[in-house]
Design a protein around this ligand. Structure first.
Ligand code: BGC
Length: 761
């Protein structure tokens, strides 16, 4: 939409819609609360019951054939549209809203912009592996800039679900297993998506999802019920959500599943008592897709009317796509089954966000700007840096990496080596055409003079197709026959024979993690491990580059492949970033945000478990399973570098502090190797006794530090009551016990540099 059309729209709004304001909104900076409230009340006073319900109704856009959002919008029956990704269409629909609907309330366009809009960043699990919230913030900022330019106002991100079960496919969308790291990443993404305040130009409304504890699905099976006691909810699953609230997130999404036998979308304790009353969340809550209708399917609500009444009553404001609110809410209010004030409160919350977002002043996207914003080369540069920083060097025997740029020939083997879609990874915005630089392309660009051969080997594929395959562009290939797979296997081995170094690019397809993408095995799918064995048997240096969205139990590789780089699903610049790391132009410094188990049978496996009567180190510990070690394959926080680091002089400045007072912990970090590199200094504590049993270790501080060779830096952390308190099951409240604490600092969750802290009453 051109500028003069914008101006016309604003004039129409200010004259036509009482939405507008007594005072004009400030040119920059947030709209003052009082002004927001006045504008909302002025609108609310003019709304019919049906128009109110309309604001709480989100309808499908272009994704579903036959979707006709314009009809609902014209009647004031749709406050928001999702599953549409077309700037011109956004503007057309918006025109219907602001010119043809009675109250001219603009539509909020929402879409899943998870790890990028056009420029795709590493998947969120990978971003967490950077242990650098500023990188995640910038990634979200770029995603917001592109999405907003294209006409999207609202992203259904960040996903801040803690995930401790690698079988669960949606582990890829979050920050992994730890509440402290997860909280830092949640807040960073909210800041990045929303900018300095809700409504900041070039930013979008963020949405913390899926509230709450969706990641604890039984058996790692997506959508299955969750049974988590209150203490664990508050100590583990809730902190990233609360961090999002503190960072000012404007919306929340309720989860699909039963939480302790009450569906999250109808759970008043969750959505009202905790979220609004305790945490003071001022924004609005949207259901997950079809979530309100699902209350009937799940055997909770008697019928759709009951679902509408109970969802709204629980504190859910906007319904995503199931059409239950428009069917029933107005009538329920007229009949007195739903209090009118409850409806009004929900509408207020939605309208307040629309006002704050500046939609009444700038309802349209500027179509002339889209192309240049999406093509901004700075975005690609950010994506490359983010990918470099997210990679985790899992193993590097005999300094196999970095490779010398003088290498004459490479064989790049594996089904993911030249796949754009799988390099970008899980959760693309609708209609996105994968455009990643693949690993093969990145290597060719890095070494233009080398001979670089490629063979994909046998294909990998889900046994049960993904429900999202229908949205992926491009023709669908029939599965390989066993004979074709065998020929591809042999060809891959032959190709490798001719090269000096073999780069095996293996892992999982993009659609093997994400929603409805759980697995009962964590092994490399298909014949990849068999191929890897054949490649290693050639006796050449082999580097395994993993592209995947979850921990994999790569037991054989972890003992037999000399170098393993966890590159995750690294995004648009992924191939270039892999090449940068393999050849030493970037030094890996990422760390695992999740434990890698040795087997799917070990899930859930996480470092912050409680002690038992046979703890690690005791003779009984290793007989937990009689068919293998119970320990992780790679621990939480693990990640190597091309240089080495040492930690020394761990000190707790005041080894005894009063409850409520902060303690200062310092440590000296030295780069003892010969190249510059990054270390993530990780601080763990263990409360030795108290009102409740506490985890054997908990992360309570981290910092990613860059050091030149020989350089030393003192790193300081503060352990305050925020870090030392917890929700006590035995007390039924937050407590900070007077107790002794172990303190460890080091490079992963097995750190052994130790000090003590005593908290006294
Ligand atoms: C997912 C959400 C997503 C929504 C809208 C649901 O299936 O669970 O994470 O935001 O769809 O696309």
């Amino acid at each position: 939409m051109r500028n003069h059309q914008w101006a016309a729209a604003v004039i129409a709004l200010t004259c036509g819609a009482g939405a507008a304001s007594a005072a004009p909104p400030p040119a920059t900076g947030p709209i003052p609360d009082r002004q927001v409230a006045q504008r909302v009340e002025a609108l609310l006073a003019r709304m019919t019951l049906e128009e109110k319900v309309g604001q709480l109704t989100q309808v499908a856009g272009g994704l579903f054939p036959g979707a006709k959002p314009e009809e609902a919008i014209r009647k004031g029956g749709a406050g928001s549209v999702l599953w549409l990704n077309d700037t011109r269409k956004f503007n057309e629909l918006q025109k219907v809203a602001v010119e043809e609907s009675r109250l001219k309330i603009p539509v909020l366009f929402g879409l899943d912009v998870i790890h990028g809009y056009r420029t795709i960043f590493p998947v969120p699990l990978a971003m967490a592996a950077s242990w650098d919230p500023s990188v995640h913030e910038r990634a979200a900022d770029v995603a917001a800039r592109e999405a907003r330019a294209a006409g999207i106002h609202w992203t259904f991100a960040p996903m801040v679900d803690i995930a401790r079960d690698a079988r669960w496919g949606r582990i890829v969308e979050g920050a992994g297993e730890d509440p402290y790291l997860g909280s830092a990443m949640a807040a960073a993404q909210v800041r990045g998506f929303q900018g300095p305040y809700l409504g900041a130009p070039d930013h979008v409304l963020a949405c913390a999802k899926h509230f709450g504890a969706y990641g604890a699905a039984e058996g790692g099976r997506d959508y299955d019920p969750v049974y988590v006691p209150e203490g664990r909810l508050r100590n583990v699953y809730f902190p990233p959500f609360q961090a999002a609230v503190k960072a000012g997130v404007g919306s929340f999404m309720s989860a699909y599943m039963d939480l302790n036998d009450v569906p999250a979308g109808g759970n008043r304790w969750l959505l009202t008592d905790v979220l609004r009353k305790e945490w003071g969340f001022p924004g609005f809550v949207v259901s997950d897709a079809m979530g309100v209708g699902n209350l009937v399917t799940m055997g909770f609500a008697k019928d759709r009317a009951d679902a509408a009444r109970r969802a709204l009553g629980a504190g859910l404001d906007m319904e995503m796509a199931s059409g239950v609110f428009p069917e029933h809410l107005a009538r329920l209010v007229k009949e007195g089954a739903v209090p009118a004030a409850q409806l009004d409160d929900a509408v207020r919350r939605v309208l307040a966000v629309k006002v704050r977002m500046g939609l009444f002043e700038t309802p349209y996207a500027d179509e002339t700007r889209v192309a240049s914003v999406l093509a901004d080369p700075a975005h690609r540069a950010e994506a490359r840096l983010a990918a470099q920083r997210s990679m985790v060097l899992l193993r590097n025997e005999k300094k196999t990496l970095p490779l010398a740029k003088t290498v004459a020939s490479l064989a790049v083997i594996g089904p993911l080596a030249d796949s754009r879609a799988d390099t970008e990874g899980s959760w693309m915005v609708f209609g996105h055409v994968p455009a990643a630089v693949t690993v093969l392309e990145g290597l060719r660009a890095k070494l233009p003079a080398a001979k670089i051969a490629h063979a994909p080997g046998p294909e990998i594929r889900r046994r049960v197709p993904s429900m999202f395959d229908q949205f992926m562009p491009g023709p669908k290939k029939p599965p390989q026959t066993p004979e074709q797979a065998e020929a591809a296997f042999q060809q891959a081995v032959e190709t490798a024979k001719g090269a000096d170094v073999v780069i095996a690019v293996m892992g999982e397809l993009a659609n093997m993690s994400g929603e409805a993408a759980s697995r009962a095995s964590l092994d490399l799918p298909g014949r990849q491990e068999e191929l890897l064995k054949a490649l290693v048997a050639l006796g050449k240096p082999v580097v395994l580059v993993l592209l995947n969205g979850r921990p994999l139990s790569i037991n054989w590789a972890a003992e037999n492949v000399p170098a393993i780089l966890e590159a995750w699903q690294p995004g648009t610049e992924g191939g270039n970033a892999v090449a940068d790391v393999l050849f030493g132009d970037a030094v890996p410094g990422g760390k695992l945000p999740v434990t890698f188990p040795r087997s799917a049978g070990h899930a859930p496996l996480y470092y912050a478990h409680n002690l038992t009567h046979s703890p690690e180190g005791s003779p009984m510990y290793n007989v937990r399973y009689w068919d293998g070690a119970p320990t992780p394959l790679f621990p939480f926080g693990h990640g190597l570098s091309y240089t080495s680091f040492s930690f020394a002089n761990l000190k707790v400045a005041t080894p005894q502090v009063k409850a409520g007072a902060p303690a200062t912990v310092t440590v000296d970090l030295t780069n003892t190797g010969s190249v510059a590199g990054d270390e993530v200094v990780q601080l763990y504590v263990h409360q030795k006794s108290g009102s409740d049993s506490r985890p054997v270790r908990e992360l309570k501080g981290f910092r990613r530090v860059s050091l030149a060779p020989g350089e030393t830096q003192a790193v300081t952390f503060t352990l305050g009551p925020e870090q030392l308190r917890y929700w006590s099951t035995s007390q039924g409240k937050w407590v900070q016990d007077a107790a002794a604490f172990d303190v460890w600092v080091g490079s992963d969750s097995t750190a052994n540099l130790h000090a003590e802290l005593q908290v006294v009453p």
